[in-house]
Design a protein around this ligand. Structure first.
Ligand code: THU
Length: 158
């Protein structure tokens, strides 16, 4: 059988219907969809929303924020993460990313994969990539470490 991989995740194993997912997962996908509406992306016109749930159940969401000096742009995933971390919450239990590309799912860039991997705390963080379209919606179910095998960390654990 031909195996199709999408951003490191095997399609037939890892793509699920939105409605079949746990309500707590559906909720962060919807939070990311909502956050995406605040995207400031006049240069790329590519709006992204992200949401992170922390172990106490709180959801932190964010959007991408671009800048005329392109290198200073921040992705939606890091916006959400820095909002949470700066509020004292960094025990992430799930992440959602929402953006519209007709031909595939949008998963975090390399910088964001590395950034999020700092906070997996010896576990992993499930990551759900979806589109902001109407239901029924298909969702790519993957994880931070699946997307970033062998990422950098200090060998002595900091
Ligand atoms: N972007 C994100 O916010 N998250 C991703 O996962 C992919 C890329 C943003 C960065 C930039 O503002 C725009 O999308 C195009 O790269």
């Amino acid at each position: 059988m031909t195996q199709v991989f999408i951003n490191g995740a095997r399609d037939d194993l890892n793509v699920r219907e939105f409605q079949s997912l746990d309500p707590s997962i559906q909720e962060i996908i919807l939070a990311a969809t909502e956050a995406r509406k605040q995207a400031y992306c006049p240069y790329s016109n590519f709006a992204v929303g992200a949401a992170l749930r922390t172990s106490d159940g709180t959801i932190y969401s964010g959007c991408n924020i671009e800048n005329g000096a392109y290198a200073t742009c921040i992705c939606a995933e890091r916006t959400a993460a820095v909002k949470a971390i700066s509020e004292g919450k960094r025990d992430f239990v799930a992440c959602a990313v929402v953006a519209q590309q007709d031909n595939g799912f949008t998963t975090p860039c390399g910088v964001c994969r590395q950034f999020l991997s700092e906070f997996v705390n010896g576990k992993d963080i499930p990551l759900y990539a979806a589109k902001p379209t109407n239901l029924p919606l298909r969702v790519l179910c993957t994880s931070v470490l699946q997307l970033l095998p062998n990422g950098f960390s200090f060998a002595n654990g900091k």
